[in-house]
Design a protein around this ligand. Structure first.
Ligand code: AMP
Ligand code: MG
Length: 402
């Protein structure tokens, strides 16, 4: 069976994945959630002209020549409007956020005014309209300020509140179940026996899923037995997982039982070999309403596969429109040989060069090595059958990190 190109594999993973239904959540719960509907301002901000400074609300005509002395007829502060009107020769004491009294058009800052009794003398000229925030300079009622598909930032929540929305319609968070497989695996923190190794890759997969806004359920470690894997798959279905991601047991060796266990449960397999390095034995299929990604056990392979396939799938289910990380360009820090038929995702460092970032592959690219993976700043992408490339030439990278 031919290896499937990465782009085609991703298309298949996303083929019939669609955004999960919407639900209402309070602003306090909405950080990182994805808007299910366009959000329209329910009010205008500011609702009327207000002062931007502490000072005196005046008529610009009255201070065309300075010094000018005006009669102070009232006071206005935020939340305490002044009912009267500022007429010719008059002023009102005003504080930041105070509504501009009728008749006034300009605020003179208190630093250039001297008060004596109820008379204020303006020392310096102030242009008409200065220090006044006009009605609606931030936004107007009816304006759509946040669009469907947007992942909400802390600043978006501030804006949504100002638009007068206490609750927001967001897509349900994808539920991602994470399963490790392998007789040799033990959780971190114990004393591994002979031949045992510490279960590690699941922590990256879970963290990556969480950072994309998924609700993660850790299914732990299944032994290399069909029975054990099947019972974990059933637990994922019982939890109503939208996505199950398994790691390990993905090749075709005697102990690689994930595909067989899933087939026994009725998996509708879409592919299981991708033209990718690291990560060739990457599998995808569907089990009822649950999407299944089977990634290899080698830690680097599992991470690269999750980065390339799990992240866009979570984003699609979460209602996002920006599914893939945005590739950037950099310059190669060394010569690279021609590539074979698999796309390569090299772990590389990134340094600022004179005119561009410089990406240099780390010396050891073995797919079991976690130390260089943690050290890497980016994945440097080599297209299938790319010709040899020389130091200084342009290359494409995907940045890693928070
Ligand atoms: P497998 O895909 O099961 O053949 O595993 C490939 C290699 O990755 C083996 O050396 C496994 O011991 C290792 N491995 C598998 N799963 C994990 C895991 N969850 N954490 C760390 N290493 C793993
Ligand atoms: Mg294994």
């Amino acid at each position: 069976m031919a290896l499937m190109p990465v782009t085609e594999a991703l298309e298949r993973v996303l083929a019939d994945a669609s955004a999960l239904r919407g639900e209402m959540v309070s602003l306090d719960e909405a950080l990182g959630r994805v808007l299910a509907e366009d959000l329209t301002a329910l009010r205008t901000q500011p609702p009327a002209a207000v002062s931007a400074m502490d000072g005196y609300a005046v008529r610009a005509n009255d201070i065309a020549t300075v010094p000018a002395t005006l009669k102070v007829i009232g006071e206005v502060a935020a939340g305490h409007p002044f009912a009267g009107q500022v007429g010719a020769g008059q002023a009102a004491r005003i504080f930041t956020g105070g509504l501009m009294p009728t008749g006034s058009d300009t605020v003179v800052i208190q630093e250039v005014a001297t008060l004596s009794g109820n008379l204020v003398t303006i020392q310096k000229p102030t242009a008409k309209g200065r220090n006044v925030r006009a009605q609606g300079i931030d936004f107007a009622q009816g304006q759509v300020l946040l669009h469907k598909g947007r992942r909400l930032t802390e600043r978006d929540l501030m804006l949504a509140a100002a638009m007068n929305h206490p609750r927001l319609s967001v897509h349900r968070q994808p539920k991602v179940a994470v399963l490790g497989t392998g007789d040799e695996l033990v959780p971190p923190g114990g004393v591994p026996g002979p031949g045992e190794i510490v279960y590690s890759n699941g922590f990256a997969l879970s963290a990556l899923a969480r950072s994309e806004g998924a609700d993660v359920h850790d299914l732990g470690i299944a032994c290399d037995s069909i029975e054990d894997i099947v019972s974990a798959v059933r637990a994922a279905r019982k939890w109503n997982a939208d996505i199950l991601i398994t790691s390990g047991g993905a090749s075709v060796g005697e102990h690689d039982l994930v595909q067989r266990a899933l087939a026994a449960e009725g998996l509708d397999l879409s592919f299981w070999r991708v033209a990718l390095r690291p990560g060739r034995p990457m599998m995808h299929g569907r089990l009822g309403g649950m999407q299944v990604l089977g990634v290899p056990g080698n830690p680097v392979s599992s991470f690269v596969c999750a980065f390339l396939f799990l992240v866009p799938l979570i984003r699609r289910l979460a209602g996002r429109r920006d599914l893939e990380r945005i590739p950037q360009t950099a310059r190669l820090g060394c010569d690279l040989p021609a590539n074979d038929e698999r796309a390569d995702y090299l772990r590389a460092s990134l340094l600022a060069g004179t005119d561009a970032l410089v990406a240099t592959p780390l010396p050891d690219q073995d797919s079991s090595l976690m130390a260089p993976l943690a050290k890497a700043d980016c994945l440097l992408i080599r297209a299938p059958n790319a010709p040899a490339a020389s130091k200084g030439s342009e290359c494409v990278i995907l940045k890693l990190g928070l």
